[in-house]
Ligand binder design. Structure first.
Ligand code: ZN
Length: 171
């Protein structure tokens, strides 16, 4: 994942990218970059992060129209790049941008490696409720709602798709 470079002109080409990154990994990279930034720049950078990541989640092909964007757990690599670029370009000074871009690259590489190793890939979005196992994939997660059954929207969709198929075969 390259952190620098221009964001694509058309926000809708997000859907053409099939490589996904967990939002938890993107957030980790953004936070490491912001941690390394000058205190005076940090708030603008975090604001840029939250705005662009929400926008990416809203436009994610992974999201059902009725799902709130906060439930989106992964965004495309292209969106991830756009988010991190927005974080960097929130800094007025170009030299500072370049310095932090290097840190971002390094953290992104680490995150990619961790994802390949299954670390962030199996990470679950933490809700406030006690851990339980996802009804679809069986992975432990902390629900965001007291009656939450699925670790992510994709699991809920998969469950119902399978349930419908089973019903069609039975009847
Ligand atoms: Zn699941």
């Amino acid at each position: 994942m390259t952190v620098t470079g221009k964001p694509p002109a058309d926000p809708d080409d997000v859907e053409l990218d099939s490589t996904y990154f967990p939002v938890s990994a993107i957030e980790h990279v953004a936070k490491e970059v912001i941690r390394a930034a000058l205190p005076v720049d940090r708030f603008a950078m975090w604001q840029a992060y939250t705005e662009t990541v929400r926008d990416a989640a809203e436009h994610s092909a992974d999201r059902m129209p009725w799902d709130p964007p906060e439930e989106v757990t992964r965004i495309t690599a292209r969106s991830a790049r756009r988010v991190l670029t927005a974080v960097l370009t929130a800094i007025p000074d170009e030299e500072e941008q370049a310095r932090l871009a290097k840190i971002g690259e390094r953290e992104a590489e680490k995150a990619e490696q961790a994802q390949a190793d299954g670390e962030h890939g199996t990470a679950v979005p933490a809700g406030r409720y006690p851990p339980r196992r996802c009804r679809q994939c069986g992975k432990p997660f902390r629900p965001r709602r007291p009656n939450g059954l699925y670790c992510r929207p994709a699991c809920r969709q998969a469950f119902w798709k399978l349930a419908q198929r089973a019903k069609a075969q039975a009847g």
